[in-house]
Design a protein around this ligand. Structure first.
Ligand code: PEP
Length: 252
């Protein structure tokens, strides 16, 4: 049985006080529930230390939203994998469509980020997904195949088994439009078939693949119930403690 995961991507939101309040609210709510899913919260860099201190209560893990492709040194503004690790960060979102789009992160850079994360025992949550024109042109499988292959398939079996994949159709992110449960199931099965082809059925069967894109407490149950969907990467709804915890409860 694959472990269910719900990860919250806070993106570039909240001031410090609001972030601390959200963490405290999450703790209050999470203390009262027994979840099947592991919870990960991914606050902006400046709040990682605060969130990591609260994570000692073992109700959630901490993920970063970005990681440097470099090891250390003269890279102004960068945050390295070893720095993240030393602050208690266990996961990192890599290849989010917003970073691919606004920061020109290409396959080569993403590969370097994945390698850095793994080298320092930080679990990559590697995002893939097609844009609307790509889906309309029926290129979605081709696009996702390229992203998965170029970003991850250089890894050996041991390394690859530490990676979490998130299928996030770009047209569903922050739009209020989700993939239909059937579309999500279809793409998750396709990704798993690629993994089986590159590695083997066992590795494919063990890989965690999350769905992301306008997940809410209203639609998560149906999405998470699809075969091959192991939970979610949640953006907007992760900024509301009650709704986020409701979503976490739906990953069963
Ligand atoms: C995301 O940014 O990873 C995401 C899924 O955002 P939203 O839930 O807001 O669509």
């Amino acid at each position: 049985m694959r472990q269910k995961i719900v990860a919250g991507n806070w993106k570039m939101n909240l001031c410090f006080e609001e972030a601390e309040e959200l963490v405290e609210e999450l703790i209050d709510l999470l203390e009262d529930v027994e979840l099947k899913a592991d919870v990960i919260i991914c606050p902006p860099f400046p709040y990682l230390e605060m969130a990591s201190d609260y994570a000692q209560e073992e109700l959630f893990n901490i993920g970063a939203q970005n990681i440097s492709p470099f090891e250390a040194g003269a890279y102004t503004g960068e945050v390295s994998a070893s720095m993240l690790k030393s602050m208690g960060v266990t996961h990192c979102i890599i290849g989010h469509s917003e970073r691919r789009k606004y920061f020109n992160e290409d396959d080569k850079m993403l590969t370097a980020k994945v390698n850095q994360a793994l080298m320092h025992d930080v679990t990559p949550i590697f995002c893939v997904g097609e844009s609307l024109p790509e889906r309309e042109a029926e290129k979605h499988f081709e696009v996702v195949r390229r992203q998965v292959r170029h970003g991850l398939f250089h890894l050996d079996t041991g390394e690859f088994s530490k990676v979490i994949i998130a299928y996030e159709p770009v047209w569903a992110i922050g739009t209020g439009i989700t993939a239909s449960p059937a579309q999500a199931a279809e793409m998750h099965a396709y990704i798993r078939s690629l993994i089986a082809e590159r590695y083997d059925d066992q590795v494919a069967g063990q890989t965690l693949i999350l769905y992301g894109g306008s997940c809410t407490a209203k639609n998560a149950a149906e999405l998470f119930a699809q075969p091959g969907v192991d939970g979610g990467l949640v953006g907007g709804a992760s900024l509301k403690a009650e709704e986020f915890v409701e979503i976490c409860k739906l990953a069963i």
